[in-house]
Design a protein around this ligand. Structure first.
Ligand SMILES: Cc1cc2nc3c(=O)[nH]c(=O)nc-3n(C[C@H](O)[C@H](O)[C@H](O)COP(=O)(O)O)c2cc1C
Length: 194
């Protein structure tokens, strides 16, 4: 693995490769959160932006994950591309993306997905599938052909990375691991035994 001085540009290179070889959702990543007492939970989310600030995903702000993020901002991310035999792990803390950034992303989504965001009370108990379908029909009628604003209970989180690890499969399980740690002097790299 070539040792790039900047993990974000290396990440972009790997994502570009994954976009060519993965059958679907190369931007799917597991997101680990924890309660204030440190009880963890993990689920997949889609990575919707990466730049020098960090990694952005969007979700319902009343969901379980958002509740955990409100009491403990520390997270872990993990992307694994089977087709490339590569993994990236990120550790950091979240902050909310601005309303402008969330609005811009929300408006880029398909109309049915925007209605879905209004209709879903994510992570709350539901009597049956019909309850969801009824809510989708209600919001479809409510918005008609007009604008669909971003719900105030839906937004984005930016994971500001403290550490990013790149793992690449090598022969005989002698895999490559490079860790980038954010320090006062910028990114410092180290190699780890596999
Ligand atoms: C491939 C994949 C991508 C997903 N992307 C998102 C996403 O971007 N945002 C989201 O809120 N949920 C997403 N989900 C659903 C979550 O995994 C999860 O079921 C949901 O967010 C509720 O999680 P919570 O109860 O821990 O808050 C995705 C699921 C899969 C399998």
């Amino acid at each position: 693995m070539t040792q790039s001085p900047n993990p974000i540009s290396l990440f972009h290179d790997w994502m570009a490769e994954a976009e060519k070889s993965e059958p679907n959702d190369p931007n799917a990543m597991s997101l680990a959160t924890a309660t204030k007492d440190g009880v963890p939970s993990v689920r997949m989310v889609l990575l919707k932006g990466v730049d020098e600030r960090g990694f952005v995903f969007y979700t319902n702000l009343n969901s379980r994950k958002a509740g955990e993020l409100a009491e403990n901002s520390n997270v872990g991310l993990c992307l694994h591309w089977k087709s490339l035999r590569k993994q990236v792990r990120v550790e950091g803390a979240v902050e909310r993306v601005s309303d402008e950034e969330a609005d811009a992303y929300f408006q880029s989504r398909a109309r049915v997905s925007r209605i879905g965001a209004w209709a879903s009370r994510q992570s709350q108990e539901m009597e049956g599938r019909f309850e969801l379908e009824k809510r989708v029909a209600e919001y479809t009628a409510k918005f008609g052909v007009g604008e669909i604003p971003r719900p105030d209970f839906w937004g984005g989180f930016l994971v500001r990375p403290r550490a990013i690890e790149f793992w690449s499969d090598q022969k005989f399980r002698l895999h490559d691991r490079i860790v980038y740690k954010m320090t006062d002097e910028g990114w410092q790299t180290t190699r780890l035994f596999p």
